[in-house]
Write a protein that binds this ligand. Structure first.
Ligand SMILES: Nc1ncnc2c1ncn2[C@@H]1O[C@H](COP(=O)(O)OP(=O)(O)OP(=O)(O)O)[C@@H](O)[C@H]1O
Ligand SMILES: [Mg+2]
Length: 502
């Protein structure tokens, strides 16, 4: 049995931002330790300190009561500390096995890697986490949820005393998150310490034995061997109550169909999908990860091709050649993988927010005016969705994960697109900002925009949507309206493999 890991008064500043200030906590073997807090509170920074990726300015880490130096990722791994970081880092073009073996020192004979023991180990891990695909699959061909399984598998390849997971369930549906919880339980049963970061407070309340709440880099609450309820967590995180939007009682005035999908099929997954989104409506797209929702969205905005059926936008059949064409026609997009598709990390927040309309601004304003106008506009949008940064000139790559997501959303908050397509809008977003984003999206609809929102978070669908279309295995499994929209009904339909009439 391994001993405790203690974090003792650890501080870290980035420029003027105090990311951690005198944080202390104890990770107990056999326990799940939840780290919660608003976007930018310092959770990932603490994990990076444990991983040897960030050196603290002061404070120390003790293992079994002895101070240790974690000066590099190798040092962390020698101390048997394993990590799943917030931003996915699988190597594209490599198969599952090679991705899992990354960072493991292979046995070599005369410079040739002996893959046999690695493969055997990976196979055992694959079974443990329930991978339904072979080790030779290219990771590029996997769904987001399956890619997460590979990341988890990679962390389990070595022997570890602690495994820290930074928002592992953010991209997962309730079903898949449940599987991960079972894996975590089996790890703690074996005596490992688990650090678990999540903005889904229900799961934190259910899963975690110990919880530390961060606010602005400080510990504001810590519970050891005592569960905190969801309301207690919310209060500690935001330092007050959160006003959530209930579903709008008075159904919005619903207008013409802005988007109509008619019997769409594609080469891979989608079969005969039809749906409609009208002006003034928020339509949710629910279902398990891998049900075909992202594929459908990508077809609508021209990132993917359909093989039969058609898409109508404002009553006319359209086939966008690429997403930029859809944007030019007044469609706002917040894609699923913000790092790959949504955000330029090397550019400023202002650039990222203004990018959708940069050409328009260029045409209309003299350069100096354009810059000031652009900055003001970006600042206003960033404030709307509560991006936490000193100013909008900061590079997007310096923001915490949740704040990057807010930037991807902020882009559409000033100019109202006719149709807004959101893929997992509140992924990784904290509880306060989530309520704010929901309010903004509802307001969008109230002002006449049409919104299509994909979410694996059934609670989000319940509070946000006027109608929910549930997909299962590439087909529409059913549709719910108004009061029918409950988490239980969505879940039920998600598993509805046989649609009627088959
Ligand atoms: N490399 C960096 N350079 C500058 N600032 C940074 C850097 N890394 C983190 N920060 C800042 O440190 C603070 C804490 O960030 P951190 O990523 O730890 O937050 P978090 O709690 O993980 O948030 P989220 O829930 O959004 O993931 C933020 O204000 C962030 O902007
Ligand atoms: Mg983080």
């Amino acid at each position: 049995m391994y001993g405790e890991i203690q974090v003792d008064k650890v501080s870290k500043a980035f420029g003027g931002v105090q990311a951690l200030s005198e944080v202390s906590l104890t990770l107990r073997p056999g326990a799940v330790h939840g780290l919660v807090g608003a976007n930018g509170a310092g959770k990932s920074t603490l994990i990076r300190v444990l991983a040897g990726a960030v050196l603290p300015d002061s404070g120390q880490i003790l293992i079994d009561g002895k101070a240790v130096e974690i000066g590099s990722p190798t040092a962390a791994s020698n101390l048997r500390l394993a990590f799943i970081h917030q931003e996915m880092s699988l190597i594209p073009g490599w198969d599952v096995l090679r991705n899992m073996a990354l960072g493991i020192k292979p046995h070599t004979h005369a410079g040739i890697i002996d893959w046999r023991p690695l493969r055997a180990r990976a196979q055992a891990v694959a079974e443990r986490v329930g991978m339904q695909f072979s080790l030779t699959t290219l990771v590029d061909d996997l769904t987001t949820a399956d890619q997460w399984l590979v990341m988890i598998g990679r962390a389990l390849m070595g022997e570890s005393r602690m495994i820290a997971m930074d928002e592992p369930t953010a991209s997962l549906s309730a079903q898949e998150a449940g599987k991960l919880h079972a894996i975590i339980r089996s790890l703690t049963d074996d005596g490992e310490a688990v650090v678990f970061v999540s903005h889904r407070l229900d799961e934190v309340a259910g899963l975690c034995d110990d919880v530390t709440v961060f606010r602005d880099g400080k510990t504001v609450e810590s519970a050891v061997g005592r569960k905190l309820s969801k309301p207690e967590l919310v209060r500690a995180i935001v330092g007050g109550e959160v006003e959530t939007v209930g579903r709008s009682e008075s159904a919005a005035v619903v207008g013409e169909a802005v988007l109509a999908v008619e019997s769409v099929s594609d080469r891979k997954k989608l079969r005969d999908v039809s749906l409609e989104v009208r002006a003034g409506e928020v339509v949710g797209l629910g279902g398990l990860v891998g049900a075909g929702r992202t594929e459908l969205a990508r077809i609508i905005y021209g990132a993917e091709k359909l093989t039969s059926g058609r898409v109508l936008y404002q009553g006319k059949p359209v086939r966008f050649a690429e997403p930029a064409d859809a944007v030019a026609k007044g469609i706002g997009l917040v894609p699923e993988e913000r790092r790959a598709q949504g955000i330029f990390l090397e550019e400023s927040i202002a650039f990222n927010i203004n990018i959708a309309t940069i050409s328009e601004l260029r045409a209309r304003w003299l350069p100096w005016l354009k810059m000031r106008k652009g900055r003001e506009r970006a600042q206003a949008a960033a404030d709307l969705v509560t991006v936490k940064a000193p100013n909008v000139g900061v590079k997007a790559g310096k923001l915490s994960g949740g704040n990057q997501q807010k930037v991807a959303l902020a882009r559409w908050m000033v100019d109202r697109p006719q149709l807004l397509i959101l893929d997992e809008p509140s992924r990784g977003v904290d509880v306060g900002a989530r309520a704010e984003i929901h309010r903004l999206v509802r307001q969008f609809a109230a002002e006449g925009s049409a919104v299509l929102a994909i979410s694996s978070d059934n609670e989000e669908l319940e509070v946000l949507c006027d109608r929910v279309v549930v997909m299962a295995e590439g087909r529409v499994a059913g549709e719910l309206q108004g009061q029918e929209i409950t988490q239980a009904r969505i879940l039920e339909l998600s598993f509805n493999r046989e649609s009627e009439g088959e």
